[in-house]
Write a protein that binds this ligand. Structure first.
Ligand code: PDD
Length: 282
C-alpha cells in the first residue's frame, strides 16, 4: 500500500491519510498544545502497550487534559490500523482541539483532536552511529511527551549538519537525553543512565533496558552522567521505541571505545531481541 493510501484515525473516523484534515484553529497547529506517543508494533502486537498508555495519561495530566479514550478503545483503534506482521509503530497525538478564537489561556468545552497513524519502522543502523553533544536549550518539563518539539527539531538538525545521527543534550554539565532518545553510558563497568526527572522523557525502552539488565545480571544504575564521564565512556547507547538500543561509535568526532559497538552492546542487544521475539511468539 502506498504511504498516502494508508488509513489513519481522526476523531472517530478511519480515512486515507490524504483525506484526514484538521482545523487551522486547532491548538495543536496554533500553539503546539498537545501530547503524543510512539508505540512500536512487533508481529502485529503493540509493544509495552500498557506502559505507553500510562505515560500518555501522565503527559495529558501534565497539560491539564483528561484521556479522551479508555484503554480498550485505544487498543481497538491500534488493531484496526496495524498493517501486517512487519515491524511498525503507532503514532498517536491528542491536541486540545479547535477553539473559536486564538487565545493562549485554555478554553472551556473544547473537544480534543485525536489522531492515530501507523508507519513502518526504518531499518536500524546497528553497526553504530555518530553523535554530537549540544546545549540542552529545551523547557523544564521534558518529562511530558509534548508535540511542541521545536527545540528538539533544531538540536537534531544541528547533529545532522555535523554529520551525526543524534544530538546528546547537556544541561549545566550533565547529560539529560538525546533529541529523540534516552542515553546510556558504561561508566566504571556499570551501565549508567540519568535518573528520571523533569529534565528527560521517561523512555519506555530505557525502562525495559534497565529491567532486562537487572533480570540478566548486567550491573546497571540510574545516576547522573557528567559530560566528562560521557566523553570517557567506552560505550554509549541511545534508546528509543523506533531505534531500540543504538550504539554510538563516535562522539563529537572522537571514537567511542574502539570506534565500534563495545562488548556489552551485543549482550544487551541479544537479550532485547529475545524479549521481542517472545512477544512475537506469545
Ligand atoms: N521519541 N527522549 C525523547 C526526547 C524522545 O523523543 C524519545 C522517543 C525518547 C525515548 O522514549 P521511548 O523509549 O519511549 O521511545 C526519549 C520518539 C520515538 C519520537 O519522538 O519519535
Amino acid at each position: 500500500m502506498a504511504e498516502n493510501d494508508c488509513l489513519v484515525y481522526l476523531n472517530g473516523d478511519y480515512l486515507p491519510v490524504g483525506e484526514a484534515k484538521v482545523s487551522v484553529l486547532d491548538r495543536g497547529f496554533l500553539f503546539g498544545d498537545g501530547v503524543y506517543e510512539v508505540v512500536p508494533v512487533y508481529g502485529g502486537r503493540p509493544f509495552r502497550l500498557d506502559e505507553h498508555l500510562r505515560r500518555l495519561d501522565g503527559s495529558l495530566h501534565g497539560i491539564r487534559m483528561a484521556n479522551p479514550l479508555p484503554d480498550d478503545r485505544w487498543a481497538e483503534i491500534f488493531n484496526r490500523l496495524i498493517n501486517g506482521e512487519h515491524d511498525q509503530y503507532i503514532y498517536l497525538q491528542v491536541t486540545r482541539g479547535a477553539a473559536p478564537k486564538r487565545d493562549h489561556a485554555i478554553p472551556a468545552d473544547v473537544k480534543p483532536t485525536v489522531f492515530v497513524m501507523c508507519s513502518a519502522i526504518a531499518p536500524i543502523p546497528i553497526s553504530g552511529v555518530c553523535a554530537v553533544t549540544v546545549d540542552d536549550i529545551r523547557w523544564r518539563w521534558c518529562h511530558i511527551k509534548a508535540i511542541t518539539l521545536l527545540a528538539n527539531v533544531l538540536l537534531r538538525q544541528e547533529a545532522v549538519d555535523r554529520n551525526a545521527a543524534e544530538a546528546i543534550l547537556v544541561r549545566d554539565g550533565w547529560v539529560t537525553e538525546g533529541a529523540a532518545s534516552n542515553v546510556f553510558a558504561v561508566i566504571d563497568g556499570v551501565l549508567t543512565t540519568p535518573p528520571k526527572g523533569n529534565d528527560l522523557l521517561p523512555g519506555i525502552t530505557r525502562d525495559l533496558v534497565l529491567e532486562l539488565a537487572q533480570e540478566n545480571g548486567v550491573p546497571a544504575v540510574e545516576r547522573r552522567i557528567s559530560l566528562d564521564d560521557l566523553k570517557r565512556a567506552p560505550e554509549i547507547w541511545l534508546t528509543s521505541s523506533t531505534r531500540e538500543i543504538l550504539p554510538v561509535i563516535e562522539l563529537d568526532g572522537v571514537a567511542v571505545g574502539q570506534g565500534e559497538p563495545g562488548p556489552l552492546w551485543p549482550r544487551m542487544q541479544a537479550i532485547y531481541q529475545a524479549y521481542k521475539q517472545r512477544l512475537r511468539m506469545a
